[in-house]
Write a protein that binds this ligand. Structure first.
Ligand code: NAD
Length: 338
């Protein structure tokens, strides 16, 4: 079905706006709109492209990951692409139910077939990094970039105390560990207090401050901005018998010496995911770092392989988002004034 002209014009306008926001967010580390506004426009474009597939251009922001790498940093081609995650924005249990239904359908499971086993963890609001270890030694750290090509930021990542320069235990010839670099809220507040004292510009939020620090040319700047790390995934491995479940992978990464977040669970079927989403929503304000949701993953690696990928994301994982915190702050502000 060809799209009416006003729909085509709207799709074009959305693509241009989202391209600009992506550049501000991923390349310049200075977003001009809250994430919730970005998410709303992204969902509107996705819905238009679903209703009128002719509007889905190959370079649409709905088909691409992240942003172009900075030309000042050396490009790194990822041996295993670094993808995005499909997002469920429905704030209720519906997000987990919809994911479970999609997984069961894709696996061809009948209604009375046993429950699928899932792993649930936090969706950290930082930036993704690929850490390459050869014979147990950190040899390269690269940002996600556009998913295929990232930036070499090894010089800055070496300044992060939580990232091992050498793995504990018996290390395989090659292992790429993936995770999120983030800034704790207290470190962010302390950094801004120092900026104010020095009469310098303060930073907007921990996520963009962390991303900006990691993409500096001078490691002395990254060293002044205390960063933390959580491991949650794998890139290329050579000569390593990969654990059969996501939960066992996280245990193995912890044994290598990586920080792995304590807030995680394994659930037989969808009920445990719904309970996890509720529990973490209550914990969220008191966490020492920002999260923007929780992530559900099919636990069994063989099932993950069977489910595979669609354009820019795996079919076996979903991010179930919470309301954006900038928006919540604004709402709280309005409540107080009323
Ligand atoms: P995403 O952040 O929604 O999901 C993929 C990323 O999640 C991964 O790359 C990884 O870094 C991260 N992640 C965190 N915890 C994880 C875990 N436990 N397991 C696996 N991955 C985990 O994808 P994206 O495409 O980078 O970002 C899109 C989001 O960025 C949007 O939803 C929007 O909120 C925000 N954004 C905002 C603007 C803006 O202008 N404000 C612009 C672009 C993007």
């Amino acid at each position: 079905m060809s799209a009416p002209q006003e729909k085509a014009q709207r799709a074009q306008a959305l693509r241009e706006t989202l391209d600009r926001y992506n550049r501000e967010y991923y390349v310049l580390d200075t977003p001009s709109v809250p994430d919730a506004e970005y998410d709303r426009l992204f969902a509107e474009l996705q819905a238009l492209e679903q209703a009128y597939p002719a509007l889905a251009t190959p370079d649409s922001p709905t088909r691409r990951v992240g942003g172009a790498p900075l030309p000042e940093l050396t490009p790194v081609t990822h041996r295993v692409p670094m993808l995005s995650i499909n997002t469920e924005t429905d704030k209720s249990a519906q997000g987990a139910l919809a994911f479970d239904a999609r997984v069961r359908r894709a696996l061809g499971l009948e209604t009375d077939a046993p429950a699928v086993e899932y792993a649930a963890e936090l969706k950290f609001d930082g930036l993704a990094i690929n850490l390459r270890y050869e014979d147990g030694v950190l040899v390269q750290a690269a940002t996600r970039g556009d998913g295929q090509t990232g930036e070499d930021v090894t010089h800055n990542v070496r300044t992060i105390g939580q990232i091992p320069l050498r793995l504990s235990g018996e290390a395989p010839p090659v292992i790429e560990v993936r995770g999120e670099i983030y800034m704790r809220r207290d470190a962010f507040e302390a950094l801004n207090a120092r900026q104010r004292e020095a009469g310098l510009k303060t930073f907007v939020n921990p996520r963009n401050t962390a991303a900006g620090a990691i993409r500096q040319l001078d490691p002395a700047i990254a060293r002044q901005r205390p960063l933390s790390f959580f491991a949650y995934g794998l890139g290329e491995t050579v000569g390593w018998a990969r654990p059969g479940t996501h939960a066992a992978l996280l245990d193995a990464l912890a044994a290598f010496g990586f920080p792995v977040c304590e807030h995680r669970c394994v659930s037989q079927g969808v009920e445990g995911l719904i309970a996890f989403h509720e529990r973490i929503e209550a914990l969220r304000p008191g966490l020492p770092y920002d999260i923007d949701g929780v992530v559900y993953k099919v636990n069994d690696v063989r099932l993950q392989e069977e489910l595979g990928f669609v354009s820019r994301e795996p079919r076996w994982a979903v991010a179930h988002k919470y309301p954006a915190q900038e928006e919540m702050t604004r709402l709280i502000g309005i409540d107080i004034q009323v």
